[in-house]
Design a protein. Structure first.
Length: 250
């Protein structure tokens, strides 16, 4: 007759579990689950990034996301680009873009018209020509004082500057050492609305400014800069439809 199989000796805990009619393997698994639950289950990187980006009020930087998720920045950056490519390949109604130094969900350009109808219901707050020219001068001359902007445009810009500040497109950034005048610059929201990663992506002014002397150039500068920004705005509208997920909050 063949010899009976040799059984490994049971531990006291396993023996007690067996005597009580409890599967020792299940007990060990349950204990492991409890340990994991106590330490907090690890969240996968891509779902965690999606969850965070769903609630951000402004573009989130890679370094900040890496700190929050305690992951290497290179790994976070790679995951963000993979997600962006995946959304584009799937033709989702939204996409993930790197704008103003951070990542954020935006409405896809193809769906912008539908979102406009839903959110704005036909009402759109557009910048006036005066506001566009003033914003353009600030964008290209920043940091710049209100008096300097008024000199470039040839008219008083105080009211227009207040409007741009209220809309979050322009903000104060210190004062001029010589005169004490408040200086202004564009905001990250300006970059978002323009669809730019940074100010270095603003179009060059050379094609818009004629080769004239300094006096004539300054007298035309406000209008010419506005033309440059208008061109950039048109390009941005084609890329992004000028509509993002936060449109209802603005």
């Amino acid at each position: 007759m063949p010899a009976p199989p040799v059984r490994a000796p049971r531990s006291a805990a396993a023996g007690a579990a067996a005597d009580a009619g409890v599967d020792a393997g299940a007990g060990v698994a349950a204990g492991a689950g409890e340990d994991e639950a106590g330490a907090g289950p690890a969240v996968a990187l891509r779902p965690a990034l999606e969850a965070i980006l769903m609630v951000v009020d402004e573009p989130a930087g890679e370094a900040h996301l890496a700190d929050v998720l305690e992951r290497p920045r290179a790994e976070v950056a790679a995951a963000l680009r993979e997600l962006a490519a995946e959304y584009t390949a799937q033709g989702r109604g939204f996409d993930l873009r790197l704008v103003a130094g951070g990542w954020r969900f935006y409405t896809r350009a193809d769906c912008a018209q539908a979102v406009d109808r839903f959110v704005l219901d036909g009402r759109q707050a557009r910048l006036t020509q005066a506001a566009l020219e003033t914003l353009a001068v600030v964008a290209y001359r920043q940091p710049v004082s209100r008096s300097r902007v008024s000199a470039v445009r040839g008219v008083n810009c105080d009211g227009v500057m207040r409007t741009l500040v209220q809309r979050g497109l322009v903000e104060e950034t210190g004062s001029e050492p010589e005169t004490g005048a408040i200086l202004y610059r564009t905001t990250n929201y300006f970059l978002e609305r323009m669809g730019l990663r940074g100010l270095d992506e603003l179009p060059e002014l050379a094609p818009f400014l004629p080769e004239v002397d300094d006096v004539e150039a300054e007298s035309l500068e406000g209008t010419m800069i506005a033309d440059a920004v208008a061109a950039a705005t048109a390009q941005s509208a084609v890329r992004s439809g000028e509509t993002d997920r936060a449109a209802s909050d603005r």
